[in-house]
Ligand binder design. Structure first.
Ligand code: GDP
Ligand code: IMO
Ligand code: MG
Length: 421
């Protein structure tokens, strides 16, 4: 049986924390797309850990953690991450597995990412500059190096060919940056990568399914950043939605059971692109401050705004979400008034649908207002019945509007801060 946890907004919904919470119920935790652009925050014995490519089940010794074929893997970041988790007593050689079909991010991918962003002028995507776009371009362009190629004698020749291709592209961009130090680190990290468990991911996972094991697929980014269905071109370069689980792990669609979608109780976005409910005022500033809304990968301040049910509805539809986890409810604890966007006015017409090019039309969000729940702050609550009636009303309204149920509320960054509804 395979369940999925993924983000329903523009990323950073709290996937890391929620995967870590659910991990005891699963035998395998597997990442299926993205790469080191992700930053998933966990608190382990009070210590903050940010994972970029290693699945968020790594701190559960009983579980195997798989980096799937759909990932673009940066060996330099991976080595650092492995060192971080090893320092916390985890033996990655035992419970971390890497699919041989995963694509490798090479140093020139990072340079190409920068060059491409520079060329965009004021239309920047706001990429994390980790080389994600160029690495996926080499995958679809059929030029990429894969983890399994590492064990091949011709690896270095293949690498040199790719590097020459990249150099021509960088010359076209008139981009010149010395990457020799990074390259040295890269080759050192490749030697380390060779010592890890490199497996055939699709047999690995399907054998587990045959043995009756429980698999949890962990998404990165969010549905509104999906390459096909997100706010294109301000998106990432992979399918972040539930369909990505099939191609990113080699799992058939009929093996997928629950699709657990995560949304914050409000909305954030980091990087460029449309964000209809963004607040440029004091309320937005408060959300950023109270929610600690700064990027886990780049440290950039996240843009903040009210919950957008048009976008949430769209994400539930595209993913087939069966259950919702609402995170960061505690961040709204001190607000007297809370708003939710129920529809858009797009150039004078009211709609509950996401327009084709959200970035090119004038969107005015239509809001419904709710009373806050400062009478019973959620942060102190452990049982659903103790929640403020105002908060229950807020949740009930959302359930009705999106026709999917919020089943869990997260009310703090720590593992145990979850209220089951
Ligand atoms: P991810 O990329 O989806 O895993 O999310 P990030 O780790 O990038 O960002 C989520 C941030 O919110 C992290 O700093 C988490 O520690 C924190 N967080 C997660 N859940 C909650 C919650 O319920 N309440 C609060 N206050 N913080 C949370
Ligand atoms: P997690 O998994 C939030 C955003 C970037 C940029 C766009 C493209 O932590 O939720 P890329 O580096 O992929 O070329 O950037 O996508 N982005 C994220 N935003 N959370 C993430 O991951 C993100 N990964 C990429 O800010 O706008
Ligand atoms: Mg994140």
């Amino acid at each position: 049986m395979v369940d999925v946890i993924l983000g329903l907004q523009w990323g950073d919904e709290g996937k890391g924390k929620i995967v870590d919470y659910f991990a005891p119920n699963y035998d395998v935790i597997a990442r299926f797309q993205g790469g080191p652009n992700a930053g998933h925050t966990l608190y382990i014995d009070g210590k903050k850990v940010v994972l970029h490519q290693i699945p968020s089940g790594i701190f559960h010794q009983h579980a195997d953690n798989l980096i799937g074929n759909g990932i673009v893997l940066d060996p330099i970041t991976l080595k650092k991450e492995c060192e971080t988790v090893a320092a916390l007593g985890i033996d990655v050689k035992k419970n971390l597995f890497i699919a041989e079909r995963a694509n490798i991010i090479v140093p020139t991918h990072r340079a190409l990412d920068k060059a491409s962003e520079l060329q965009k002028g004021d239309k920047k995507i706001g990429s994390t500059l980790k080389g994600i776009g160029p690495a996926y371009m080499d995958k679809t362009g059929r030029n990429a190096l894969r983890v399994g190629d590492l064990l091949d004698k011709s690896f270095i020749t293949q690498y040199i060919k790719l590097r020459l291709k990249h150099q021509k592209l960088l010359d076209n961009f008139h981009f010149n940056e010395d990457i020799s130090a990074l390259e040295e680190e890269f080759f050192d990290a490749l030697e380390y990568l060779k010592t890890l468990n490199i497996v055939n991911g699709e047999y690995f996972i399907n054998n587990k399914i045959s043995q009756g094991k429980n698999i949890l697929a962990e998404g990165a980014q969010g549905s509104m950043l999906d390459i096909d269905f997100g706010t294109f071109p301000f998106v990432t370069s992979s399918n972040t939605i539930s369909a990505g689980v099939c191609t990113g792990l080699g799992i058939a669609p009929n093996k997928i059971n629950d699709i657990i979608g995560i949304t914050k109780a409000y909305c954030t976005r980091v990087g460029g692109g449309p964000f209809p409910t963004e607040l440029h005022d004091e309320t937005g500033e408060n959300l950023r401050k109270l929610g600690g809304e700064f990027g886990a990968t780049t440290g950039r301040p996240r843009r903040c705004g009210w919950l957008d049910l048009v976008a949430l509805n769209f994400s539930c539809m595209i993913n087939g979400v069966t259950k919702i986890v609402m995170t960061k409810a505690d961040v709204l604890d001190s607000f007297n008034e809370i708003k939710v966007c129920t529809s858009y006015n797009v150039e004078g017409k009211n709609t509950k649908e996401i327009p084709f090019q959200l970035s090119k039309v004038d969107v005015e969000p239509v809001y419904q207002e709710f009373k806050g729940w400062s009478d019973k702050p959620s942060v102190n609550v452990t049982k659903a019945e103790d929640l403020s009636q105002n908060m229950k009303d807020y949740i009930q309204f959302i359930n009705k509007e999106i026709n999917t149920e919020v089943k869990f509320i997260s009310n703090g960054p720590e593992r145990e801060k979850i209220i089951v509804l």
